[in-house]
Write a protein of this length. Structure first.
Length: 217
């Protein structure tokens, strides 16, 4: 069987690595992790040895090289269709792809103001109106997906899917920065925090020796 490798950044900080890792883990594929510590003098060269973009995550399978978390998620869904990484219902699947695309390309204010730092625990703080708009839009998406497609389970589309992998880093950010959630959005966030795959990632993040000062303060 062809060896699969996934190149990722620090589990404490790398939200895009988390998305690709969750999708690949949900597929059931066996793979090796190559972790490159971020924000170090050797980081750029270490990532460039694997990735044509100089970014993580990146998947390698024989001669195949797949970069970008969404592409890795699609690769996982195509290679392991029995895992059901996208909803089986066509309408739900279309919405799932749409919300992933929106997450992939949007919410820049939230990303900039609330960097992922799993070990960090804020006491709560004020945030910009732009970030507030991002939070409101995310809550709208979660509520819509849960109400329309989530009847068969606690995830956005009932069962865990790529959409949940894409919003898991957002849930982490909301926890770190004490974003107040209510009703179905609060329940959904708790589902992600208790998701065994995410718990596995969190446990390793807490044990990592690598630290980036600006994300720890």
């Amino acid at each position: 069987m062809t060896k699969i490798e996934l190149v990722i950044g620090n589990k404490n900080y790398s939200s895009w690595s988390l998305r690709g890792w969750l999708a690949l883990r949900m597929s059931g594929a066996q793979f090796d992790e190559i972790l490159v510590p971020l924000d170090r003098p050797e980081t750029r060269a270490a990532i460039a040895a694997h990735s044509p973009t100089g970014l993580v995550p990146l998947l390698k399978c024989g001669d195949e090289v797949v970069w970008d978390s969404l592409a890795i998620a699609e690769w996982s869904a195509e290679r392991y269709p029995e895992a059901g990484l996208w909803p089986s219902n066509p309408a739900a699947r279309a919405v799932a792809r749409s919300v992933c695309a929106e997450m992939h390309s949007g919410f820049s204010a939230l990303r900039g103001e609330f960097p992922m730092s799993i070990r960090r625990e804020e006491q709560g703080r004020a945030f910009s109106s732009e970030t507030q708009k991002d939070i409101e839009r995310i809550c709208e998406l979660w509520t819509f997906c849960r109400e329309k497609f989530g009847q068969d389970g606690p995830f956005l589309f009932g069962s865990a899917s790529i959409a949940d992998a894409f919003f898991a880093p957002v849930v982490s950010r909301f926890r770190t920065y004490r974003v107040q959630l209510e009703g179905p959005t609060k329940d959904y966030a708790q589902t992600i925090l208790e998701w065994p795959l995410f718990q596995e990632w969190i446990a390793v993040a807490h044990e990592e020796p690598f630290k980036i000062g600006k994300y720890e303060e």
